[in-house]
Design a protein around this ligand. Structure first.
Ligand code: PHE
Length: 344
C-alpha cells in the first residue's frame, strides 16, 4: 500500500511538472486530491490493514497530500508569473514609434480681435460691461433719443419679437443701462462688446448678426479732444504706430456733435488705393459727445457732466487688420480659414 502511495506521488508530481497552464494544474488537483481521487481511495482501504500499519500509512498519505499541494501551489505561482511576464512583454510600449499629433484648436479671429480691443481699452482705464441681446424698445431706441416713428430708426432695420421687445440693433443700450446702474456716480468708463442684429441681406460686407464694441466715458470735463486722443491711441495700438485718424461730421440721435472716424488706409498708408477707394482713408466707427438729453434721462446732470461714446463693428476691424474680403468667412466655420489665425 505504501508503494502504491509513493507511485501515486511520483505520478502526480510528474504531471505537475509537465503542466503548462494553470487550468491543467487544477485538473491535477481534482484528480489526485479530490474526494474520489486515488489517495482518498487508498485511505479508505486502510480498514483492511493490521492496526500497527495504519498510522504509518495514514501519515505517509498525509505527507504525500501536503507535498502535492505544495508543489501545485508553487507551480501555479510560477506559471502565473510567466503569464504576467509574457503579457508585459506583449504590451511593451514602443517609445520610438512616431506620435499621433493632436490637432490644437485656434482662437476664432473675432474673439481674438475682441480680446485685442479689450486689452487696449483696459490699458486706458476702461472696464468691460455687458447687456442683454434681447432688448426692450426703450433701451435700444427711446432712451437713446430715438422715439417711435423717428426716421433715424430706419438706419437700423430691426428684428422685433413683440411690439416692445427686439434683438438689439447696436450695443448703445448698454450705455444707458450702465449709467442707470451707476446712479449718477462718475467716472463711467466702459466698453461693451457683444452681438447685434439687423434685418440686412447677407453679402460680402453685411451680416444680419455681427459684433460691436461700444465705448462710453462720462465725467466732469470730458471733451471731444479726449475722444480724439483715445481713438488715436486705439488706432495706433491696433493698426500700427504710424496711424492717423480723421473725424468727419455725422449724425446719431444719441450724440451731439457726432463724428464718423476714419483711419489712414492700412494698405497704402494714405496715398490712395483700391481698398480706400483712392481717398487714403477708411471709416472704422461712429462716435460723438453723449447727447445731454440721453445723459439726463439716464440720471446724469448734463450741466455738470459730459461724455463721449463710440461704437465699432468688430468684423470690420478684423477684416481690415487681416485683409479678409468677405464677412461670411467668420461664420461658416471653414477650418482652412480659421486655422490661419493660430492663437492671436
Ligand atoms: N450705435 C451706433 C451704430 O450702431 C454707433 C455709435 C455708438 C455712434 C456710439 C455714436 C456713439 O451705428
Amino acid at each position: 500500500m505504501q508503494d502504491k502511495l509513493l507511485a501515486l506521488k511520483d505520478e502526480a508530481l510528474a504531471q505537475i511538472g509537465a503542466a503548462q497552464e494553470v487550468r491543467q494544474l487544477q485538473e491535477v488537483k481534482v484528480k489526485y486530491l479530490g474526494k474520489k481521487g486515488p489517495i482518498t481511495e487508498v485511505l479508505r482501504g486502510m480498514g483492511a490493514l493490521p492496526a500497527e500499519e495504519r498510522p504509518k500509512v495514514g501519515q505517509l498519505a498525509n505527507e504525500i497530500r501536503r507535498q502535492i499541494e505544495e508543489e501545485l501551489e508553487a507551480r501555479i505561482r510560477e506559471l502565473e508569473q510567466k503569464q504576467l511576464e509574457e503579457k508585459l512583454q506583449q504590451e511593451k510600449v514602443d517609445v520610438t514609434l512616431p506620435g499621433r499629433p493632436v490637432r490644437e484648436g485656434t482662437t476664432h479671429p473675432l474673439n481674438g480681435v475682441i480680446e485685442q480691443i479689450e486689452d487696449i481699452f483696459l490699458g486706458m482705464g476702461f472696464k468691460i460691461a455687458e447687456g442683454p441681446e434681447v432688448e426692450s424698445d426703450y433701451y435700444n431706441f427711446e432712451a437713446l433719443n430715438l422715439p417711435k416713428n423717428h426716421p433715424a430708426r430706419d438706419m437700423q432695420d430691426s428684428f422685433y419679437i413683440t411690439e416692445e421687445i427686439l434683438l438689439r440693433t447696436h450695443t448703445s443700450p448698454v450705455q444707458v443701462r450702465t449709467m442707470e446702474a451707476m446712479k449718477g456716480q462718475v467716472p463711467v468708463k466702459i466698453i461693451c462688446p457683444g452681438k447685434v442684429f439687423r434685418r440686412d441681406t447677407d453679402d460680402a460686407t453685411h451680416s444680419h448678426q455681427f459684433m460691436q464694441i461700444e465705448g462710453l466715458y462720462v465725467d466732469e470735463g470730458v471733451s471731444m479732444s479726449d475722444l480724439k486722443g483715445i481713438l488715436l491711441q486705439f488706432a495706433r495700438e491696433m493698426f500700427g504706430q504710424n496711424q492717423q485718424i480723421r473725424l468727419r461730421p455725422s449724425f446719431f440721435p444719441f450724440t451731439e456733435p457726432s463724428a464718423e472716424v476714419d483711419i489712414s488706409c492700412i494698405l497704402c498708408g494714405g496715398t490712395g488705393c483700391r481698398v480706400c477707394k483712392h481717398s487714403g482713408w477708411i471709416e472704422i466707427l461712429g462716435s460723438g459727445m453723449v447727447h445731454p438729453w440721453v445723459l439726463e434721462r439716464a440720471g446724469y446732470d448734463p450741466n455738470k457732466y459730459t461724455g463721449f461714446a463710440f461704437g465699432m463693428g468688430v468684423e470690420r476691424i478684423a477684416m481690415l487688420k487681416y485683409g479678409i474680403d468677405d464677412i461670411r468667412h467668420f461664420y461658416t466655420n471653414d477650418g482652412r480659414f480659421l486655422s490661419q489665425f493660430g492663437r492671436i
